[in-house]
Design a protein around this ligand. Structure first.
Ligand code: PGA
Length: 255
């Protein structure tokens, strides 16, 4: 089992193309040539072309934050997998809790996107996580299990090397509250057990599970030291180069 750390920045609805260019240049300067851990930036759609050009000659990977399940057609305002591929996008965040909350995405609709992504050879970063109510009522593992099973329905075993999961407890996103190292490890191990029931031990032990939810330089080392935490999906702390690159350094130091 060797799972390379993946540190991914989710820029959300922030940064113009000019601002994105500055940020990716700063990230490139620090982390652009190292190969010890994988680094991925996920700008908004409007910044993908400029960031794509900037990362082309580096080791930094490019991700999108969403896509439509259909390959083309009358879906005003939507973006297809092929459009992302044409900009050399390799990863796509799918099922983020903000899209579940504000855009009505469900395990079922996200499943369609995940299958469309792998069909186009894009690597889905599939986000799952429980709300505070669900945690407080002891339902965390039930929720995570349904999200994994329903979101990954009909996922072909042959494409498992493309799959990345991000465990993002909803109560920890953008709140400054982070899961403790032990809480994260417990959830990641539980998710890996479900993956193992679905796809077998060997496949499940090679799928990367990222932690997301107020990850920052101060807590990254502890979280990344957990045996089933294989990287981070970072929102707020990915909007400036220093904290983001410090998290990358923390990942490299924990190797
Ligand atoms: P946060 O966001 O790091 O700002 O909590 C993480 C995410 O939503 O992916």
């Amino acid at each position: 089992m060797s799972r390379k750390f993946l540190i991914a920045g989710n820029w959300k609805m922030n940064l113009t193309p000019d601002e994105s260019t500055s940020l990716v240049e700063e990230i490139n300067a620090v982390a652009g040539n190292q190969t010890s851990v994988q680094v991925c930036v996920c700008p908004p759609f409007t910044s993908l072309p400029v960031v794509s050009e900037k990362v082309e000659q580096t080791e930094v990977l490019l991700g999108a934050q969403n896509m439509h399940a259909q390959p083309s057609g009358a879906y005003t305002g939507e973006i297809s997998a092929e459009m992302l591929r044409s900009l050399y996008v390799s990863h796509v965040i799918l099922g983020h809790s903000e899209r579940r909350q504000y855009c009505g995405e469900t395990n079922g609709s996200i499943n369609q996107k995940i299958l469309a992504a792998i069909h186009a050879n894009l690597k889905p970063i599939y986000c799952i996580g429980e709300t505070l109510d669900e945690r407080d009522s002891g339902k965390t593992m039930d929720v995570l299990s349904s999200q994994v099973r329903e979101g990954l329905e009909n996922f072909p075993s042959s494409a498992l090397d493309l799959l990345v999961i991000a465990y993002e407890p909803v109560w920890a996103i953008g709140t400054g509250k982070t899961a403790t190292d032990e809480m994260a490890q417990e959830a990641h191990l539980g998710i890996r057990k479900v993956l193992s029931e679905m796809f077998g031990d060997s496949a499940s032990s090679s799928i990367r599970i990222l932690y997301g939810g107020s990850m920052k330089p101060e807590n990254a080392a502890g979280l990344l030291a957990q045996p089933d935490v294989d990287g981070g999906l970072i929102g707020g702390a990915s909007l400036s180069a220093k904290p983001f690159c410090d998290i990358v350094e923390a990942a490299i130091s924990s190797l």
